[in-house]
Design a protein around this ligand. Sequence first.
Ligand code: ATP
Ligand code: MG
Length: 343
Amino acid sequence: MSKIHRLPDHVVSRIAAGEVVVGVFSVVKELIENSLDAGATKIIVELTNGGKSEIRVSDNGEGMSEDDARVCFEPHSTSKISSFEDIYSIGTFGFRGEALHSISRVSKMKISSKIADEALGTELEVVAGRVVYKRSVQMERGTSISVRDIFFNVPARRKFLKSTSIESRMATEIFERFALSHPNISFLLQRDQSVVHNFAPSSLLDRIISIYSDFSREHLKSVEGEFKRMHLSGYISLPGRWRRRRSLVLFVNNRYVTNQLLAKALYVAYSEFLHKGEHPLAVLNLAIPTEEIDVNIHPQKLEVKFSNEEKVFSFVRDSIKRALKTTFAGRLSLRSYRSDVSG
Ligand SMILES: Nc1ncnc2c1ncn2[C@@H]1O[C@H](COP(=O)(O)OP(=O)(O)OP(=O)(O)O)[C@@H](O)[C@H]1O
Ligand SMILES: [Mg+2]
């Protein structure tokens, strides 16, 4: 019945170690990833006071049995890998068995979870890593995790939390990225009792437009590319419609990452269209065989490394170039195009 086990030391020692919880946004990220890994089709994120007072993520995923709920916040406890080699074929966001442990040590965490096979769910509260109570509760299948007073017991780190509005903005950005990488899933974001986003399952294009309301269908062009088991898909903004800051939302196998190499590929592809201070909007997913990337290079898993950087760079650059080129085929000039779309 239980799915969670503790990773052996020789596996733990090879996993990129470091700080998992650096602020509200990283808690939001870890909790949403767990909900997605649990197969949720509906995810609700609630923030109070920018998440500094409370972050709550609820889902309708597979849930945890009573036995699993009791151990999910212990160090190196995971249901997602068994051996280190599993990392090279990983299909889940999680693999370290560290997120809930790290969060539970620095907050007041309440876990409520129920699986389909058990009549009642389990609720327990963990304060600074110690269980304060556990009881059975009536609830639907799924999981709800509430994280209150982050860093309440680590004043030195609490001091580094940003203002409510900045923490709130960063958490909202993370939420939006997951909503973009999983447009087929319902996502709701509530901040201090008011609903900020309420997304029903939709196409990627519709979800982009609901998040970037300054763009409409005519401003976006789909990108599709295929080369040696790599597949690139998504949307880019057409020249003439820009953003003032970098707006590359990049997923590798649906995992949000930052990657200088692919950011460069985007800008190189656009080079003849860009004026100073103009940035394209791009929402792209690169699907690539898992054995050609390493996700275990950053403790928060925000970066990936490609085994053949040059191949990935030229593939992404050329796919974007091709998408831009087909847009201009049959048009008189870039200048007339620009005045069309900006007018
Ligand atoms: N929302 C959820 N629904 C169902 N099970 C969950 C949920 N959140 C956590 N779990 C269970 O608790 C375990 C521990 O979660 P935790 O996030 O700490 O580790 P992980 O996801 O396995 O790895 P990582 O540290 O890389 O995120 C998971 O492996 C999973 O079995
Ligand atoms: Mg996790």
